[in-house]
Design a protein. Sequence first.
Length: 259
Amino acid sequence: MELQARVALVTGAGSGIGKATALLLARQGAAVGVLSRTKSEIAETADEITKAGGRALVLEADVSDEAQMRQAVERLVSEYGRLDIVVANAGVNGVWAPIDDLKSEEWDTTMRINLRGTYLTFNLTVPHLKKDGGSIVVVSSINGNRTFTTPGATAYSATKAGQVAMVQQLALELGKHGIRVNAVCPGAIDTEIDDNTRSRGQDETEVPVEFPDGEIPITGGKPGHSSDVADLILFLASDRSRHITGTPIYVDGGQGLLR
């Protein structure tokens, strides 16, 4: 129970990495604000936490909506009196398409959710974290940071690279307040994020790379699990990582080394 008496906010907590992280932080003693724009999913996450004896608060909000996010953060702090851990996980793959086919509104949607959503998460939680210090973990990706071969993923990769730049910039800005800021960069993980992916023109954007047998060396080609990422987030949220900040850490089983 190394997070006893801590309060955490996890965005995108209704499924995949966000849900696995919320459940794990709660098992370690944290009170968790589970946030998503899909209320039914976070209600299920919160129910699992409370049935296991943990504490959870359902926070329905779109991470790109400032008013909704402000209300959610204020409600969490009002309920538990503090904020110590922030996991900025919410995001979408968006549309993957040739750049001359990618519509401006499709680009804007990916930017709004992935980058504006991350900005708002920082903007609205940092004032609370400044009181006693804490940890912020951003869920980025190997795309845009370690690999650049995902067909048509220009907008997505740009947002993921942007998130790491934000992490490194803010690690320096916020260090004097005792706030650590890090990024986890997953490779292929068995989540539902592909459900919000739309692809067009893959023949035009396919990168000609040949792989040895199994694109993920450590697992023989099988994707990782949400729990693999959650375990790393727990480490970064805890005092065990007290001397780590401004660092992107890859969780890809070696996948990115092949590309």
